[in-house]
Design a protein around this ligand. Structure first.
Ligand SMILES: Nc1ncnc2c1ncn2[C@@H]1O[C@H](COP(=O)(O)OP(=O)(O)OP(=O)(O)O)[C@@H](O)[C@H]1O
Ligand SMILES: [Mg+2]
Length: 235
């Protein structure tokens, strides 16, 4: 479904991604784990068209999408839930969700999908009229995910959905990620919470200072001594 071929991405003179290649197959949950500053968010921003690779290509469903504008990429079926959620604080929950459907036209389908989002996140239904800026962190994460789903993505990019959330909320968010995946959406999940990420993922890549290091099935990485030491909190 997604094929990243040897991309190099720069901020001015600083190279943030160095020859990154990876693949996501339809139906998978693939996780990208790595430390602060490794280049995880940069990769997701490049996939969603916010940054352009200097060299290398990104293929999605057999077509090169690197170089396309973000709106065209959303329309093609890739939705990005950015790090830090970025909901529109002065708009209600429902207005934020409706905005997620900005590239779509069929209002009956949009209404049906809104109902599905509320089914997935009952908390958002309870709070549909509330200003988004007054939601809790976990609720804002739900809203950011719900808004991305309103674009009807085939591939969902999630940037650290567990960040800053209490363990119980993290568990809920990961459960929902699995539900979204079972309902047919492919997921690329960026996480620092490697334990949780590997527990839901099929496969994983490790990124270290802009380069892909280890990759394998989630089970292989969970069993790796290096990964245990560096990312899973000890031996
Ligand atoms: N707008 C920018 N201008 C210059 N350098 C940037 C910019 N954004 C990111 N960087 C640099 O690129 C590198 C990768 O950053 P990135 O945000 O992709 O890391 P990350 O893996 O998402 O980290 P974190 O886990 O802290 O979110 C870092 O060294 C960062 O300082
Ligand atoms: Mg980041």
């Amino acid at each position: 479904m997604l094929k990243v071929n040897d991309i190099n991405v720069f901020y001015g003179n600083i190279q943030a991604l160095k020859g990154v290649s990876l693949e996501v197959k339809e139906g998978e949950i693939v996780t990208l784990i790595g430390a602060n500053g490794a280049g995880k968010s940069t990769l997701l921003k490049t996939l969603s068209g916010l940054l352009k690779p200097k060299t290398g290509t990104i293929e999605y469903m057999g077509k090169v999408v690197s170089g396309k504008v973000p709106q065209a990429i959303v329309k093609a079926g890739i939705s990005h839930v950015p790090e830090g959620r970025r909901v529109f604080s002065n708009m209600s929950v429902e207005e934020n969700l409706e905005l997620g459907a900005f590239t779509r036209k069929n209002s009956r389908e949009i209404r049906e999908d809104l109902a599905k989002v509320y089914e997935l996140f009952p908390r958002l239904l309870e709070r549909r009229k509330q200003l988004s800026g007054t939601l809790s962190g976990g609720e804002q994460q739900m809203l950011a995910m719900g808004r991305a789903i309103m674009a009807k993505p085939k591939l969902l990019l999630l940037d650290e959905p567990s960040m800053g959330l209490a363990p119980l909320m993290v568990k809920q968010i990961f459960n929902i990620i699995e539900q979204i995946n079972k309902a047919g959406t492919t997921v690329l999940l960026v996480e620092q919470n490697a334990n949780m990420a590997l527990s839901v993922a099929d496969r994983a890549y490790v990124i270290e200072t802009g380069r892909i290091g280890l990759n394998g099935t989630a089970a292989e990485l969970q069993a790796s001594e290096d990964i245990k030491k560096a990312y899973l909190g000890g031996a």
